[in-house]
Design a protein around this ligand. Structure first.
Ligand code: C2E
Ligand code: CA
Ligand code: CA
Length: 716
């Protein structure tokens, strides 16, 4: 017992009993008491309604009333402490009755001693405290359940609902009494789902996971349920308790995020990722099912950039949305149209009957997109270029199909706008080969697979070799010699041309130094420069550095550049040319006479000459038209003070024609094929001897025997 004085109220009409009680209490050492005494039932009620007592002692007999009456009455007015009933006689019936009514003890006055009294008081207080604690914890639990934002539903062992908290009531729309003693599955959208969960709980005692529940309105919702077996204090199973939370909003958000990850936000169409997923599936389907055909259409909107830049992004966006709509209209519901960003749309024609279906749909799309779009008061005209790839057994990766569709779309674009083109097997084989070549090209420099070949260039005035053109060769370890016509364009495309070009210039210049040092001082060296190489800002610098490294003089150094690579960006092209000729490098326009050539450009380009393309040379002796053109080119070039070299001279007749029209130089198999440096040096030696012989005689077109000996002198 604690240290504080315990406030006790004795209600007894007998003063002697009060005194006895006081004596008994004073004998108890462990605790001090503050005893109040009331004689009557009525006074007791009055006192108790205003004062607090820790314990009450009620005499059983209180005039007309009993202690039991008083007990019942004081509980009503809110007294919560323990009550001990005192009586004159031991009466078992009364004992039972008062104890049942909530009394803490029933003591017979004559038999009370201080220790008995102390124990009775102590027990009464302890029991009361325990009861209070129990009530408090029950209140607490109830409070928890009622104020929980989670739905709490409990059942008994028959799985009938026994608890349904306010949060549950709010979400489900039922009040507690609608659902009490209804089976738990009553709350599930699918009662079977609950059956499975309940089995799981029986086996594993717990369950947690997402479930779909049903509201009173019939509306279903996602919730996250944690359920476990509910036990009483003794550990007996008494039911199940389920705590759950409505996760509809969260689910919606997740679904939105998932949707966003796979769709284009502007048009709402599937994006690249989703498209690739679909494509992967149809590829798998085509591989197992021989009759299954599909097609991929790659679309690029004609003039989109112009429209977007001139009419503004808002209209550009509207146009894309309208295009998406039209595309959908052209397709069946199981086809897929996706936007890959920008103005790229890609279509999957799923399970087509025959290959021609793809063409039919492409034509339908072309027609539909040709119709004007009315956007914010503007009529906008556009169109599309479509590349088509059909399913083939050699495709097993979606990226490959897209790559080919993209490639063939460009081909369609090149054929003029609003066109489609179909990827075929030949193109595929080519693409595969190019890919392999590209991979090999990466290794070619490091593996020393490049060789320089040299072809003599001959003066048509005196028959001397006055130059050599360096021509690149690739000795591929498996495929053998590969023509530059095959790998240079690829090197251009991949950017590899820059390191390769540097290697070429350096190699050729070093070789030329060897020849010059050996005394062949009349030969200049021509090196080919491709368009991309020419465009790269630092070509003059790169050459300067190599000249310094090789110790070469730029005077004996020509560059061969095509006219188109200069004209791509004329201002810059001319600047670069000026820079190069400022360094003393002579420039020849390569492939002249192949359609792109313009005598007019020649007027202002700072070049020292032109090379007549071999396609023209080939025809000069057999086609009067070609002859006329070649003649005119030579005359006009001379009129502009430019030298003329004819390439690809193979026959005497060609040589005859060129010489008679005063072409300055020639190059071709007639004089020598491109050859390795060690072979060329032999030709240079012979040339020196031949030259000595020839220079004594007149080198004229009419002297055919001399021509022969001249030509023979280069034969290897
Ligand atoms: P190109 O500059 O027009 O070179 C002339 C091409 O004609 C060379 O082909 C040469 O071997 C070939 N040819 C020479 N004489 C005759 C002949 O009498 N008859 C026939 N039918 N052909 C003859 P090649 O060596 O296969 O080179 C092809 C093209 O590759 C070159 O055309 C040039 O544009 C490019 N190229 C070659 N080497 C290099 C290089 O080192 N760098 C760059 N950027 N391009 C190069
Ligand atoms: Ca050339
Ligand atoms: Ca050429």
């Amino acid at each position: 017992m604690g240290k504080e004085k315990l406030k006790i109220l004795l209600v007894d009409d007998d003063e002697d009993d009060y005194i006895i009680t006081q004596d008994l209490l004073s004998e108890i050492r462990m605790r001090k008491f503050d005893l109040s005494w009331e004689k009557s039932y009525e006074n007791a009620l009055k006192v108790l309604s205003v004062n607090q007592f820790d314990l009450c002692l009620f005499d059983y007999r209180l005039g007309a009333k009993t202690g039991l009456d008083l007990l019942q009455e004081v509980v009503k007015i809110g007294y919560k402490g323990p009550i001990i009933i005192l009586t004159g006689q031991d009466d078992q019936e009364i004992d039972k009755e008062v104890m049942k009514a909530g009394a803490s003890d029933y003591l017979v006055k004559g038999q009370i001693n201080s220790s008995l009294f102390e124990r009775s008081i102590r027990h009464a207080l302890e029991r009361k405290r325990a009861e209070e604690a129990l009530v408090a914890s029950k209140d607490y639990a109830e409070n928890l359940i009622n104020s929980s934002i989670d739905m709490i539903v409990a059942t008994n062992t028959d799985r009938l609902i026994t608890e349904f908290n306010p949060a549950a009531q709010k979400v489900f729309g039922y009040n507690k009494y609608d659902v009490l003693y209804k089976p738990f599955h009553f709350l599930f959208a699918n009662p079977n789902e609950w059956l499975q969960i309940s089995k799981k709980i029986e086996q594993e005692k717990v369950f947690s996971g997402e479930v779909i529940k049903k509201k009173k309105t019939g509306e279903t919702f996602h919730s996250y349920l944690s359920a476990s077996v509910l036990r009483d204090l003794k550990g007996e199973e008494v039911g199940i308790i389920g705590i759950s939370r409505d996760i509809t909003v969260q689910k919606r958000l997740e679904a939105q995020l998932l949707y966003n990850a796979f769709h284009d936000s502007l048009t709402g169409l599937p994006n690249r990722k989703l498209f690739m997923n679909h494509l992967e599936k149809v590829i798998a389907c085509a591989q197992t099912n021989k009759g299954f055909l599909f097609a991929v259409l790659f679309l690029d909107i004609d003039r989109f950039k112009v429209i977007n830049d001139s009419l503004g992004h808002a209209i550009g966006d509207k146009l894309l949305i309208s295009i998406a709509e039209r595309l959908k209209e052209c397709l069946r519901h199981n086809d897929i149209v996706a936007r890959f960003g920008g103005d790229e749309f890609v279509i999957l024609l799923n399970d087509i009957r025959e290959k021609s279906c793809a063409k039919v749909i492409a034509e339908k799309i072309l027609k539909s997109l040709k119709e004007p779009f009315y956007l914010n008061g503007h009529s906008v005209f556009t169109g599309t270029s479509i590349g088509i790839v059909l399913s083939e057994e050699y495709y097993d990766r979606p990226e490959d199909i897209l790559r080919d569709a993209d490639t063939v779309m460009y081909r369609a674009k090149m054929n003029g706008r609003s066109n489609y083109a179909m990827f075929d097997k030949k193109m595929h084989a080519h693409a595969v080969k190019a890919l392999q070549l590209e991979a090999d090209l990466q290794k070619a420099i490091v593996n020393n697979e490049f060789k320089m070949y040299y072809q003599p260039i001959v003066s048509l005035v005196d028959g001397n070799i006055i130059g050599v053109e360096s021509l690149l060769r690739w000795e591929h370890p498996q495929s053998g010699l590969i023509s530059p016509a095959e790998f240079i364009p690829l090197a251009e495309e991949t950017g590899m041309i820059e390191p390769i070009g540097r290697w070429v210039i350096k190699e050729a210049l070093s070789q030329n130094k060897v020849w010059l040092d050996a005394g062949y001082s009349n030969t200049s060296l021509s090196v080919n420069v491709s368009a991309r190489q020419f465009r790269s800002r630092n070509l003059p610098e790169v050459i300067q550095r190599i000249l310094e490294e090789t110790g070469m003089n730029s005077k004996a150094f020509d560059l061969e550049i095509t006219e188109s690579s200069v004209m791509e960006d004329m201002d810059r092209g001319i600047k670069t040319l000026e820079e190069l000729s400022g360094m003393g490098i002579k420039i020849m326009l390569d492939d002249f006479g192949t359609g792109f050539s313009s005598i007019n450009n020649l007027r202002f380009l700072p070049v020292s000459g032109i090379k007549i393309d071999l396609s023209l040379t080939k025809d000069v002796a057999i086609s009067p038209g070609a002859a006329t053109i070649a003649k005119a080119i030579i005359q006009m070039a001379h009129g502009l003070n430019k030298k003329v070299v004819a390439e690809g001279v193979e026959t005497e007749a060609q040589l005859e024609f060129l010489r008679s029209h005063n072409c300055d130089m020639a190059q071709g198999y007639l004089f020598g094929k491109p050859m390795p440096a060690n072979e060329l040096v032999k030709v240079l030696q012979k040339n020196n001897t031949a030259h000595r012989v020839l220079s004594n005689k007149k080198f004229s077109p009419s002297n055919t025997s001399l021509q022969k000996s001249f030509a023979n002198s280069f034969a290897t």
